[in-house]
Design a binder for this molecule. Structure first.
Ligand SMILES: Cc1ncc(COP(=O)(O)O)c(C=O)c1O
Length: 379
């Protein structure tokens, strides 16, 4: 349907073979392939532990539980994110307290506003590296230290992104990754949770699989006959098929991220001539994973009309994100009203995400940019 879709998976024979090998092995549920995926992922991110899970949503939920976040606690988090993130706080009975983003050119959570939102009830700061551009982690971890708080990194946009030489997911207490189909590496559905803290790792490992003391694979191999249950856990496991896909996708991540960065630079070069648009960029301490390509339209531009124009030209666009604090559910739950987070709300109204995926070529970028150019010339 689309001449240029918003995103696209980059699978080839390698993924098919990896999946076929699992099917031929006859062992499908979490086992040696998942372990291998976890080992490779933790080595890549630079953390001691990594646990494969069914989604980033389950990773975020486990992260909050592993930090003993619950009833009566507060977690400061962004609103310019996917709703799964604040929801994961609510799952535990704690309250997500929304903080604004830094500016119209830095769409990550503002350390200054985080500090304003910290109360005696705050237990953690949940941050998200928007579009793959790392947050100001020095300020955020500094605040966490000052106030005795944990930091949960939502790395759904940022596998492979770096801040001062360290990978996102190794910068806070826990990192949470998504392998949903539009992400930089995908297994269809899936996620990963990373940490350097051994105590937190033990909790995550247990809660991921019903709080059980032995795994199905242990019993299959005769390493265990029974099990005890030590906590109220979940089935948040990833299976061998998804893990096999993940191993191949991880191998391709470096190259795919590089391709995304090249395409982003091309967009920047061409779009800089269209004065109406503004783009975000990385600071000199960071390497972006270039997950998405957001642009801000001028205040007076009718965004729906612009997106319809792009659609008529076969170009898919999207919005990242409607602000979470103003969803009907959150309004009813906490009485939120417009005006609470002025920069987030303004950006949410003006942001449009343009197509970006590794198999795009420069002609595709030119096609998108010339459609945008034509739109503004016609205006
Ligand atoms: C920023 C962010 N956080 C969390 C999630 C949830 O990820 P998943 O679909 O793997 O649960 C997403 C997914 O789109 C996301 O973009």
């Amino acid at each position: 349907m689309w001449k240029i879709p918003l995103s696209n998976v980059s699978f080839d024979r390698k993924e098919s073979e990896a999946v076929q090998n699992v099917l031929s092995s006859g062992w499908l549920t979490m086992g040696e392939v998942t372990k291998d995926f976890e080992t490779r992922f933790s080595r890549y991110i630079g953390t001691e532990h990594a646990f494969a899970v069914s989604s980033c949503t389950s990773a975020l939920h486990l992260a909050a539980l592993a930090l003993d976040i619950g009833e009566g606690d507060e977690v400061v988090c962004p609103s310019l994110t996917f709703v799964a993130a604040p929801n994961s706080v609510l799952y535990t009975g704690a309250k997500p307290v929304f903080a604004d983003i830094t500016s119209r050119t830095i769409l990550n959570i503002s350390p200054e506003d985080i500090e304003k939102k910290i109360t005696a009830k705050t237990k953690a700061i949940q941050i998200m590296h928007y579009a793959g551009i790392p947050c100001d982690m020095e300020s955020i971890t500094g605040l966490a230290k000052k106030h005795g708080l944990f930091v949960i990194e939502d790395c759904a946009h940022s596998p492979g992104a770096e801040y001062k030489g360290k990978k996102c997911g190794a910068l806070g207490d826990i990192g949470c990754f998504s392998f949903f189909s539009n992400k930089n590496m995908t297994t269809g559905e899936g996620g990963m949770i990373t940490t350097n803290n051994g105590t937190i790792a033990k909790k995550i490992q247990s809660l991921r699989s019903h709080g059980m003391t032995s795994l199905t694979l242990d019993r299959h191999k005769g390493h265990a006959y029974s099990y005890d249950v030590t906590a109220l856990g979940f089935n948040y496991r990833l299976d061998e098929i998804h893990s096999a896909l993940g191993i191949v996708q991880l191998e391709k991540l470096r190259e795919n991220n590089e391709r995304r960065r090249i395409l982003t630079a091309k967009y920047r070069q061409v779009l800089s001539k269209i004065l109406e648009l503004s783009m975000i960029s990385c600071d000199k301490f960071s390497v972006s994973s270039s997950h998405i390509l957001p642009v801000l339209l001028p205040k007076e531009t009718d965004r729906a009309q612009f997106m319809e124009y792009m659609k008529q030209h076969g170009i898919q666009t999207s919005i990242h994100y409607p602000p979470a604090h103003l969803f009907d559910f959150y309004r009813r739950m906490y009485g939120h009203k417009e005006g609470m987070l002025s920069i987030t709300e303004d950006v949410s109204k003006r942001e449009v995400t343009l197509p970006l995926y590794p198999s795009m070529d420069e002609d595709d970028v030119h096609l998108v940019c010339s459609a945008i150019c034509d739109y503004f010339i016609r205006k």
